[in-house]
Design a protein around this ligand. Structure first.
Ligand SMILES: Cc1ncc(C[n+]2csc(CCOP(=O)(O)OP(=O)(O)O)c2C)c(N)n1
Ligand SMILES: [Mg+2]
Length: 810
């Protein structure tokens, strides 16, 4: 086993209370987590033949760490991310605290039961951070710590709420994920505090044993990022042995033992340990004496007495770190995967499960009577009243508020309308409209004041190029320390005034997009975590939403509430070329749950949607919001837009005549092409309609909801898109166009059986100017007119009949 260079913790003088009780509770966590998984796989009826699964070995390795943390160290105000595969341990711990039911645990991985991995939304208020996509929960704690500072420094937190720590219990393989290092770097820049990562260093991942000396590297990285790094390597028994004659040789032997050999010996047990140690150290009289005096079982227990399984050592180490201040600290706790179970140390044990026979043996060892498997204190040798009194006295058991640990924050008032820049008749892009509206809000005048104060903006190094600059000039950059803008002080001309202070409202991030979404997630959970309302807005180039997608989905999965503004988007970004031209993002917007996605073409629509976003992201039944914008300046209409229709996803710019044979629908910055094509179409086909689609996502969601409602017997349920398309003839044609994948609109034909000719790029983009690219990808006015002609000439069935199908052999 490699030994990372590390700060050794000074022997902690802190006395651990009730060590015996703690060890009994550890036993209970081990039993309940293993039993929960066994029950789900072997006891509960299985109707589909699928393996239910669960990770008994991953649970076993983290038992002492979690017992030390939750029964001794943690305070209710601490926010903790638990490694995904320790979900059952987490639920067992809550059960002991009286915060989880047997029914839910017995239904682990079944509908309505506890989830395989802790889920904020589905497992209830005790889960601080969902985990499952490894690495993200760990990294998220960094941004939650940043947010905790932010809301405190802005005076948003109730004074009676104590500040907490942010803690991640991480699997060691989680540290392979790149987002961990992106978060480390960003955390360093923002000088985050009160952050602990406790690594369950069992040196095993899913497939294998991790390479030796890896942690020497990783530890160095932590130190470089300003973290304290503490290794919890050996338990008390081993430390005592090391102090004996021959002990130093034994320590060196274990230190030098390759991870895979150590794992294999652990699995094989005492006799194998004896043979291996004596083969190398048999000539040392001290070692021989020490080992000869132990039975195989005792020797096995000694050699596997790693720090992460020694609850007293873990507690002492955490306490010492606690006393050390608020520097971020990484604890590398050596453990054995599957500790205490028959497959301890076996490299294939990740998804391994005890057989029924092994479980029977384990039950006897745990002194659990059949039929009493779920009893909270069954098999423990401490009176129930003492155990209960101990649990009641745990600091973590104290209520943070009378409502518990899940907090709430009042809504921030949103004015009936946001300031609308004077754009009618001018050429303006949605992106610059966004910047203007936000800058105006940033003045914080009158009824906008509260709203302005609660907005937090952030961007991964594209603040200026997404038009947040004027807002930032007004509201400043957030930093725990006040720092002047050097350019400004030196009177050097710059449009950006970037002074930093604890009152600033923009968090400037490095380019890593995963960090943007992790911060939006943390800020979007601020009401529940801190009791403070923050209205987070993140800007990013639209194509790079893909770059942070896992973290975006992760934030949404937890029901974090934020506004995502992605701009610029699509081919319309013309000269930038294919890596910058997004094609698939409208489809992501449609498919992402808890996210309402919009793409306005004009600034009046944008103003409506921005206002809607501030409200929707605060409403209990609302969601996050995504606005896909563009840098293309398009002429702004003089009109009063129907706000309700804009929010619902579409409004008629030119309503069709009843029974019209065709309508043209556009979305986003292709509006000028659609308008040009429409004026020709209208001359040929009187009564044609022109539809502005602001949200295929809302239209689609509304349609599905109406279909479901009608199936459930609500015959009058009609969606917005059904209303909108109703005037058109049943077999009418609908030509649709957007600067995004055409599948975004193709489904519209299914609503009323109309024929859709969907236009939009379905290939990677490339450099060019807008006329060339729109022509090349078939979204210019000519292409739209061709599509209209095709649609009008060919009726649906004829269209298919005209195809030459001879080549298909039918
Ligand atoms: C992003 C992601 N990739 C892959 C997986 C599949 N997976 C689940 S656990 C695991 C290995 C975890 O090892 P480690 O973090 O060391 O946990 P432990 O040994 O404590 O079980 C993998 C690859 C996942 N959950 N998330
Ligand atoms: Mg591991």
């Amino acid at each position: 086993m490699d030994t990372p260079v590390s700060t050794l913790v000074p022997p902690a003088p802190v006395e651990t209370r009730h060590v015996h009780i703690l060890k009994q509770l550890e036993r209970k966590l081990l039993w309940l987590s293993a039993w929960m998984i066994h029950n789900a796989n072997h006891i509960r009826p299985n109707r589909d033949g699928l393996k239910v699964g669960g990770h008994q070995a991953s649970c076993a390795s983290v038992i002492s760490i979690m017992a030390a943390l939750y029964f001794e160290i943690a305070r209710p105000q601490d926010r903790i991310a638990v490694k995904p595969h320790a979900g059952p341990v987490f639920h067992a711990m809550n059960y002991l605290f009286g915060r989880q039911s047997v029914e839910k645990m017995a239904a682990l991985r079944a509908l309505g039961g506890v989830q395989s991995y802790p889920s904020r939304v589905k497992d209830g208020p005790e889960v601080d951070f969902s985990t499952g996509s490894v690495g993200l929960g760990v990294a998220m704690t960094t941004f939650a710590a940043l947010m905790a500072d932010y809301v405190r420094l802005h005076g948003f937190v109730r004074p009676d709420l104590p500040a907490g720590r942010h803690i991640a219990i991480a699997g060691d393989a989680e540290l392979d994920e790149g987002n961990i290092y992106e978060a480390l770097l960003e955390g360093w820049k923002h000088d985050v505090r009160n952050l602990w990562w406790i690594v369950d260093y069992n040196r095993q991942s899913l497939d294998s044993v991790v390479p030796d000396r890896l942690f020497g590297r990783i530890e160095g990285l932590f130190r470089d990022m300003g973290w304290n790094c503490v290794t919890i390597k050996y338990g008390r028994k081993l430390e005592a042995a090391f102090a004996q004659d021959g002990g130093e040789a034994l320590r060196r032997w274990i230190d030098d033992c390759p991870n895979s050999l150590y794992s294999a010996l652990t699995f094989q047990g005492g006799a194998a340990w004896r043979q291996a140690v004596l083969a190398d150290l048999g000539r040392s009289r001290g070692v021989r004496r020490m080992i000869d005096g132990l039975s195989d079982e005792e020797l096995g227990a000694l050699m596997t007495n790693l720090g992460g399984h020694d609850i007293e050592t873990v507690i002492d180490t955490l306490r010492a770190a606690e006393a050390d201040g608020d520097q971020p600290t990484c604890f590398i706790a050596y453990t054995i995967k599957g500790m205490g179970l028959p497959f301890a140390g076996h490299k294939d044990n990740h998804a391994g499960m005890m057989t029924e026979e092994q479980m029977e043996g384990f039950r006897e060892q745990m002194r659990i009577r059949p039929g009493h498997e779920w009893d909270r204190f069954e098999g423990l040798d401490v009176p129930e009243a003492d155990l209960q009194a101990f649990l009641d006295a745990c600091p973590f058991a104290e209520p943070l508020t009378p409502q518990g640990r899940a907090l709430t924050a009042p809504m921030v008032a949103v004015p009936a309308a946001l300031p609308m820049p004077k754009v009618a008749g001018r050429k303006v892009s949605t992106q610059s409209g966004f910047g203007d509206i936000l800058a105006e809000i940033g003045r914080g005048q009158g009824e906008l004041r509260e709203l302005a104060d609660h907005i937090l903006t952030t961007s991964p190094d594209v603040t200026v190029s997404t038009n947040l600059g004027p807002w930032v000039n007004r509201r400043g950059i957030f930093d725990r320390h006040t720092r002047n803008d050097v350019f400004r002080d030196a009177k050097l001309a710059s449009a950006q005034r970037w002074g930093m202070s604890p009152k600033g409202q923009h968090v400037e991030l490095g380019i890593a997009e995963q960090n943007l979404f992790l911060l939006l997630g943390a800020a979007g959970l601020a009401p529940g975590m801190t009791g403070a309302r923050v209205l987070p807005i993140g800007t990013v180039y639209d194509p790079f939403v893909n770059r942070g997608l896992d973290a975006l989905i992760y934030a949404l999965y937890q029901d974090a509430r934020f506004l995502l503004v992605s701009t610029p988007s699509g081919l319309t970004l013309a000269p930038e070329g294919g890596q910058h031209q997004s094609v698939n993002t409208p489809l992501i917007g449609m498919a992402a749950d808890r996210l309402a996605s919009f793409e306005p073409a004009h600034v009046d629509e944008l103003a409506v949607l921005l206002r809607h976003a501030f409200e929707t992201m605060q409403r209990a039944d609302g969601s996050s919001v995504w606005l896909r914008l563009s840098t293309r300046a398009v002429e702004q209409p003089v009109r009063v837009v129907d706000a309700g229709a804009v929010v619902a996803g579409a409004h008629w710019v030119v309503p069709p005549r009843e029974g019209a044979r065709i309508a043209l629908a556009y979305q986003g910055p292709v509006a000028p092409e659609a308008l040009a094509a429409f004026s020709e179409l209208e001359a040929e086909e009187q009564g044609a309609g022109l539809l502005a689609i602001t949200s295929p996502d809302r239209l689609h969601a509304g349609w599905l909801a109406a279909l479901r409602a009608r199936r459930a017997g609500q015959r009058g349920a009609v969606s917005h898109v059904e209303h909108v398309l109703a005037p058109l003839a049943p077999g009418a044609a609908l030509v649709t166009v957007l600067d995004g994948h055409p599948a975004t609109h193709a489904w519209l034909g299914a609503v009323r059986g109309q024929r859709v000719v969907p236009l939009g790029p379905d290939r990677f983009g490339q450099s060019g100017d807008i006329p060339d690219l729109y022509r090349e990808y078939g979204i210019d006015a000519d292409a739209i007119l061709d599509a209209c002609a095709q649609a009008l000439l060919a009726r649906g069935s004829e269209c298919v009949n005209e195809l030459d199908t001879s080549g298909f052999g039918i």
